[in-house]
Design a protein around this ligand. Structure first.
Ligand SMILES: [Zn+2]
Ligand SMILES: [Zn+2]
Length: 206
């Protein structure tokens, strides 16, 4: 599995390009910002984008979704309970930003679905608490979890935005993420990657 991380936009959001290294079939996980940067990386890595996977609808995670969708034709995948936030431009106006509105999603997912990409497959897990329809994408063979703004190296997602709930977030982390084996690599929406084991052992919020 190829994982390329682009740090883009005003909130320094991680946009991940994740690909089957043999077929070069790829997903953009959170087309956060700066479509030109994302698409240049796609070209230079010789990838074909087949999926646009959205962890949650905050503006800093979807700022380039419209352009990446137009350029690649790849379907936009999101949880049904996140569509309202998506259509509200992810709350961009609240933070003084403007983004291109995301077109209607092509595929709505729910807990337990598996999304195929070449030899890779991503299990969808509902992890609400930061937003109501937040999901994590888990690649079990590759021991990787793409968790958006739920869990960070040494931190957890904020819960003081609309739809946030501290108790719900902690339950999501405990039941859906910390149940993964220690060696799973956690790719967060902001900051460096970590592991389930490291967060279990040292995260002060858990
Ligand atoms: Zn967020
Ligand atoms: Zn974020």
């Amino acid at each position: 599995m190829i994982v390329r991380t682009l740090v883009v936009g005003p909130a320094l959001t991680n946009c991940y390009l994740v690909a089957d290294e043999h077929t070069r079939q790829a997903a953009v996980i959170d087309p956060s910002w700066s479509a030109d940067v994302i698409l240049a990386e796609v070209r230079s890595a010789n990838l074909t984008i087949e999926l646009i996977l959205i962890t949650h609808g905050h503006f800093d995670h979807i700022g380039a979704a419209a352009e990446v969708h137009e350029a690649t034709g790849a379907p936009i995948v999101v949880h049904a309970r996140e569509v309202d936030l998506l259509q509200a431009d992810g709350g961009a106006a609240r933070f003084g930003f403007k983004i291109r509105s995301v077109p209607p999603p092509d595929r709505l997912v729910q807990h337990g679905e598996v999304i195929a990409l070449g030899a890779l497959s991503f299990e969808v897990r509902e992890v609400p608490g930061h937003t109501v329809g937040h999901v994590a994408y888990i690649e079990h063979q590759e021991r990787a979890a793409f968790v958006g703004d739920v869990l960070f190296a040494g931190g957890i997602g904020r819960t003081n935005l609309p739809g946030g709930s501290y108790e719900t977030l902690i339950a999501s982390i405990t039941e859906q993420l910390l149940t993964l084996p220690d060696e799973f690599v956690v790719y967060s929406g902001h900051g460096p990657p970590t592991t389930i084991g490291a967060e279990r052992a040292t995260n002060p919020f858990l």
